[in-house]
Design a protein around this ligand. Structure first.
Ligand code: TYM
Length: 331
């Protein structure tokens, strides 16, 4: 049996980047893969790496769960749960942190980027959180971890930590492989297409959230930064704005970039933007409708309860063994 594990941090509103780079990808894998168990969690402990407003964190946590289901996640096939409700994540996180080197954590680009934006009071878990992320994955003996491009380095570190643990304590963890989509692994900010579209950014003009209304979507796409080449081509270095729009288009439609390029070869930037806005609206409005039904329902709560029980059962056994391995416990 193959196992697939992934998570999303509930900070701010989910973006088109999360939808294309992670959520749709997960739903597709679930439809395509047989004999596979899927674990998906809302990484609320990871949200605490930056200061959160408690009632908002609670709301975003449920929002992510409901959005996953609204996007087509099948709760019969997937164990959906909230990370902090399975306490073994934190427990194994500590054991793995105790097998991670400062130098490794210092090299993490996400840490470097995020900490460089704050000049004081950087929360220490921002530094150590890759060890917790390793625990999220290794707890379930994941074979594959579908993520966007920005998580690749954390996945590499997870593999290193697992290999080190296996070396010191004899084979214990499965070494996971990342699955990074060919299209849409890095959706960029519409106003600054050399920067990742991110839910924690302040400027929201360049970021389409999954909760934006039709008017906001059209406006943001219309004002997306392009270039003066006046040619629709896929060149992320010379034409990052246009490349990003093509990526979003292809990512939502689940098509190849070439297919979209063929459709727009002789068209203008304005044509591309108008059609893309249409494609996004057609994707997000029904998603929002399903989300609104789910967020108020008992179904969501039941699914999360069931997910917690199932995940807890596996996690408990794995942590019990891990503690024994490192020498904790009386016998
Ligand atoms: P997070 O919450 O920042 O992002 C969740 C997922 O969305 C992807 N993503 C993007 N993909 C394409 N373009 C973008 N602009 C974009 N922005 C985000 C991310 O790559 C990710 O797949 N630490 C993780 C959450 C996590 C996790 C895990 C993931 C915690 N434990 C274990 C996998 C396995 C995070 O902060 O992702």
């Amino acid at each position: 049996m193959t196992r697939i594990v992934s998570g999303i941090k509930p900070t701010g509103s989910l973006t088109l980047g999360n939808l294309i780079g992670a959520i749709k990808r997960f739903v597709r894998l679930q439809e395509d893969m047989e004999d596979t168990e899927f674990f998906l969690f809302i990484a609320d402990l990871h949200a605490l790496t930056s200061r959160q407003i408690p009632h908002k964190l609670r709301k975003h946590t449920l929002d992510v769960a409901a959005m996953y289901l609204a996007a087509g996640l099948d709760p019969e096939k997937t164990t959906l749960f909230i990370q902090s409700e399975v306490k073994e994540h934190a427990e194994l996180g500590y054991l793995l942190q105790s097998n991670t080197y400062m130098g490794e954590l210092e090299r993490m680009t996400q840490y470097k980027d995020k900490s460089s934006k704050q000049n004081q009071n950087i929360i220490s878990s921002l530094f150590t959180y890759p060890a917790l992320m390793a625990a999220d994955i290794l707890l379930y003996d994941a074979d594959y971890v579908p993520v966007g491009d920005d998580q690749k380095q954390h996945l590499e570190l997870t593999r290193d930590i697992a290999e080190r643990f296996n070396h010191y304590y004899h084979d214990f963890f499965k070494i996971p492989e990342p699955i990074i989509p060919k299209v849409g692994a890095r959706i960029m900010d519409l106003q600054n297409p050399t920067k990742k579209m991110s839910k924690s950014e302040d400027s929201d003009k360049g970021c389409i959230t999954l909760f934006d209304n039709e008017k906001q979507i059209r406006k943001k796409v219309r004002s997306a930064v392009t270039d003066s080449y006046r040619k629709i081509a896929y060149d992320p270095v010379k034409q990052p704005g246009i490349a990003n729009l093509l990526n979003i288009y292809a990512g939502i439609r689940e098509e190849k970039i070439e297919t979209i390029l063929d459709m727009y070869e002789d068209k203008t930037y304005k044509d591309l933007k108008e059609d893309l806005a249409e494609v996004i609206v057609a994707e997000l409005l029904p998603l929002q409708e399903r989300y609104h039904k789910l967020i108020k329902s008992d179904t969501l709560q039941d699914i999360l309860d069931k997910g917690r029980e199932y995940a807890q059962n596996i996690a408990f056994k794995k942590v019990r063994k891990a503690k024994r391995k490192v020498g904790l416990g009386r016998k």
